[in-house]
Design a protein around this ligand. Sequence first.
Ligand code: SAM
Length: 192
Amino acid sequence: MQGSVKAHLDFFLAALSKQHQIGGIVPSQRFLINKMIEPIPPTYRGRIIELGAGTGALTLRLAARCPEAEILACEIDPVLARDGKESLLRAGHNGRVQLLPIAAENLFERLKSNGEGKVDFVISGIPIACLGRKEVNALLDSIWGALREGGMYIQFQHSLIDRKRIQARFADLRIAPVLLNFPPAVVYYARK
Ligand SMILES: C[S@@+](CC[C@H](N)C(=O)[O-])C[C@H]1O[C@@H](n2cnc3c(N)ncnc32)[C@H](O)[C@@H]1O
């Protein structure tokens, strides 16, 4: 089976069996991805963290837009992470673009215990609307801790349920609707 067809099928099957973890039934599409990566300059040379990379739909476009950036992505579902990794390899990305089959929480622990520096961008597709209050707050704390002053947390969601929670952590918050996506989405741009 062709790689991208298999990746879509795996995504759909994962969504059927783990709806709360996946939060959608198809990977993000072009308009949403473009809105998500818009604030990151094409000449950016630092590290970008991506949470909940799925099959790598956004990772691939981000890697193409920012050819000098280092992208460190994670995906909790091992099958989707493998599909994403294969797509990245097929597109010729290795080394500077990594997709690890681990949870965001573990990625932050790893970065902390390795004493790695802070970043300018954390971009996330994790369906935080499906998480409990404590989990969302813990994730927002980790994202805040990983960002430099002035850094940006970019998150898409299919509802506005978590607007207040995000705003409680990131007072500087802008929201953009993306109607040309299935399902329609909103993008949060939160500045530290
Ligand atoms: C809505 S999908 C987005 C996938 C991809 N970023 C896209 O835009 O097509 C959310 C993804 O987040 C992953 N995810 C959920 N909780 C996670 C966690 N705690 N750590 C890492 N990934 C997680 C899910 O398995 C799923 O693949």
